[in-house]
Design a protein around this ligand. Structure first.
Ligand code: BG6
Length: 306
């Protein structure tokens, strides 16, 4: 682990977390965060004086080989179900290597993780993956995937499956997707165009919005908080809330927890999946920030928060 230019108010503790899995506890002048090596999973990010930004289920498993429920699962190299394979790929089920922790001059802390290259994982073209988590006033997550096989194409999906903490799903809306085409995967799969300026939640919601590089905002009227999700290299946005019955079917999720979370996921999935030639790299990043929600602020406009 290399340290450079230590900032006075930042600190990192490397220790055993839940389920005895190794994790990093990070503190900066603005925020605290937790990163597990298992799945390169950010389970916590909280700015001083604010509720946590990320939701983590109280029922989550913390077991090698099982996904963590909440935080930011790294979905790779496929999104969703695949016959005979784990849901959402295998990257979230494996222990990543901690490459470096860097104390930046800005006061931010950067954690660099690497997925061990698997020669042949169930027939999948071998690839290299690196993940940079930068903690400060904002949380920046940057995943890069390189096709490690010179003479074979790599077709992949990736996604930063961010679970956001909200005061109450009934007082939460998602803005920035109006006019975007999406696959509605609840019930019979259908293709639709979003008409709402602010998406509200009144039932199970599971939508894959396509070809949309735009910034998304979550407006939480209970906590009077606006969360801003800026994307790079992410054509897809997935909006998910399991609602009552699906929550009850999920063993690692509390029956009532659907009220306290919403997933707004950034990546390249379904028709937005990526094809990489040998040696080619795909870079995906999100920057998450929050700011007070101005009273009467119209939904639907995306504006960067500081
Ligand atoms: C979302 C999917 O991305 O992830 C949902 O759109 C799925 O369909 C959810 O239920 C959770 O998936 P998992 O595999 O973590 O239970």
């Amino acid at each position: 682990m290399k340290k450079s230019t230590p900032a006075t108010r930042a600190g990192v503790l490397f220790q055993e977390g839940q389920g005895d899995l190794p994790m990093l506890e990070i503190r900066t002048a603005w925020s605290t965060a937790v990163v597990y090596l298992h799945g390169a999973h950010v389970t916590h990010f909280q700015k001083a004086g604010e509720p946590p930004l990320l939701f983590l289920s109280k029922m989550s498993r913390f077991t090698a080989g099982e996904p963590i429920r909440g935080g930011v699962p790294v979905i790779l190299p496929w999104f969703g179900a695949r016959e005979g394979q784990p849901s959402h790929g295998f990257a979230r089920l494996l222990a990543w290597h901690l490459e470096e922790v860097t104390f930046l001059r800005s006061g931010e802390v950067n954690v660099r993780l690497r997925l061990p290259t698997l020669e042949d994982y169930r027939g999948f073209t071998p690839f290299a993956a690196e993940y940079n988590v930068t903690i400060g006033r904002r949380l920046r997550l940057a995943l890069s995937v390189t096709n490690a096989t010179p003479d074979r194409e790599l077709v992949l999906e990736d996604c930063l499956h961010t679970y956001f903490a909200v005061s109450d799903i009934a007082r939460t809306s998602v803005a920035g997707l109006r006019g975007v085409r999406y696959l509605d995967t609840v019930g019979e799969r259908a293709e639709r165009v979003e008409t709402a300026r602010a998406i509200r939640f009144t039932g199970e919601t599971d939508r894959i919005y396509l070809h949309t590089p735009h910034t998304i905002e979550i407006h939480d009227r209970g906590w009077k908080r606006r969360i801003v999700i800026e994307k790079e290299g992410a054509a897809t946005t997935v909006v998910w809330n399991p609602w009552i019955e699906k929550a009850q079917r999920m063993p690692d999720f509390g029956n009532e927890e659907y009220r306290q979370m919403v997933c707004v996921e950034s990546g390249n999935a379904g028709p937005d999946r990526l094809t990489l030639a040998g040696g080619q790299t795909a870079a995906l990043a999100v920057t998450l920030s929050s700011a007070p929600l101005a009273a009467g602020r119209p939904a639907g406009r995306a504006r960067a928060a500081r």
